[in-house]
Design a protein around this ligand. Structure first.
Ligand SMILES: Cc1cc2nc3c(=O)[nH]c(=O)nc-3n(C[C@H](O)[C@H](O)[C@H](O)COP(=O)(O)OP(=O)(O)OC[C@H]3O[C@@H](n4cnc5c(N)ncnc54)[C@H](O)[C@@H]3O)c2cc1C
Length: 321
């Protein structure tokens, strides 16, 4: 068992500017994983597979492979046999340690597994703040539909920061050209496509049993304005003594500020995402009419609304979605 402490909160971001730009938030994952990889230890994280269009957990032993784990993938990832593989690796390398990074549900599952197996003191467990994850089948069908029409997807990003951290650009690369995936992102945010368990998520809180939680430090421009960086800001919630030790180990690579749970408040630290009233209709449409139909119906803004929004922008009114 690992001792829980009162949650300690930091805002932080990695000092290395290119690592910051290629991370979704403030590069917390890179700072954490660097520490393990540089010391010849292992990392477990979720990597996107361009062959089957699924996100899958893998053992990571070098920086090249770690780069493949970077970036938020808006779909439920598959643990596969990773618990077993991590256990085997720890047994084969009795002097080494392992960092596990996953969503709240996945990391807490791993925590329980390590306690049962008696290896909790050999792992550091980090979880990620989560709005909820859509069914992996939805993304797979979406990606396959793009490939049927346009060709092989060779790159995917949901959070390119060319327009800054607060206005991420989401696209796939097909035949060397960028193709926006705004419709899928709209469906992700409109709360229709999340898995049923996400609407009842018990991890939507600042109190958790992992060593550390990471995420975006939303609203930092208002709550800690002199620490805000338009290129990305991470939130760290530290829950255990081990989590404190871990932050000590990486803080040299970070700019950071001590904060609190009021400054870092965001909806998914208080309650799970609410189910959309359109959810049943969305899945019924999907079953009957398929992926392209639901992306058009739920993932685009109708022409009438777009014209109305343009007019409202001109006269300074409030836009509708
Ligand atoms: C589905 C989803 C919903 C999110 N919702 C919120 C939210 O509501 N509020 C918030 O503050 N932050 C949210 N995040 C987290 C945020 O987008 C960043 O992923 C996080 O802050 C880490 O950023 P980074 O700069 O440290 O690391 P990056 O280098 O960008 O690393 C990303 C890390 O996330 C992991 N990861 C990415 N996609 C998945 C996945 N599908 N399953 C498991 N692990 C994955 C990678 O393995 C890696 O460990 C969400 C992320 C995802 C994937």
């Amino acid at each position: 068992m690992v001792d829980l402490i009162d949650t300690i909160v930091y805002a932080g971001r990695i000092k290395d500017k290119s690592a910051l730009m290629s991370s979704s938030s403030g590069g917390a994952f890179t700072a954490l994983s660097d520490f393990f990889l540089k010391n010849d230890n292992a990392v477990v994280a979720a990597i996107y597979n361009y062959e089957n269009h699924m996100t899958e957990f893998q053992m990571i032993l070098d920086e090249k492979q770690r780069e493949r784990a970077k970036g938020s993938k808006y779909m439920q990832s598959k643990p596969g046999y990773i618990y077993r593989e991590a256990y085997r690796w720890l047994m084969e390398n009795p002097k080494k340690e392992l960092l596990f990074v996953g969503m709240g549900c996945q990391s807490d599952g791993f925590r329980k597994f390590t306690e049962i197996k008696g290896i909790r003191d050999r792992v550091y467990i980090v979880d990620i703040i989560c709005h909820g994850s859509p069914s992996p089948k939805l993304w797979k069908e979406y990606a396959e539909s793009i490939q049927r029409k346009d060709g092989k997807i060779t790159y995917l990003t949901f959070k390119d920061k060319r327009n800054g951290w607060k206005s991420p650009t989401a696209y796939v690369k097909v035949n060397g050209a960028e193709k926006p995936i705004k419709d899928y992102v709209k469906v992700f945010y409109n709360r229709c496509a999340l898995r049923p368990s996400c609407y009842e998520c018990p991890y939507a809180t600042t109190e958790r049993k992992t060593d550390m939680t990471i995420g975006d430090f939303w609203h930092i421009e208002a709550t800690i304005p002199d620490f805000y960086d338009p290129n990305g800001n991470s939130l760290f919630l530290i829950h255990t003594k081990r989590g404190e030790e871990l932050f000590e180990k990486i803080k040299g690579d970070m700019d950071y500020r001590l904060s609190n749970t009021t400054q870092c408040w965001q909806a998914n630290l208080e309650a799970p995402t609410k189910k959309s009233e359109q959810r049943e209709e969305f899945w019924s449409d999907y079953q009957k009419k398929g992926i392209d139909f639901v992306m058009k119906k739920y993932g685009t803004v109708p022409m009438k609304t777009r014209i109305k929004n343009k007019l409202l922008k001109i006269i300074g009114g409030v836009r509708t979605k």
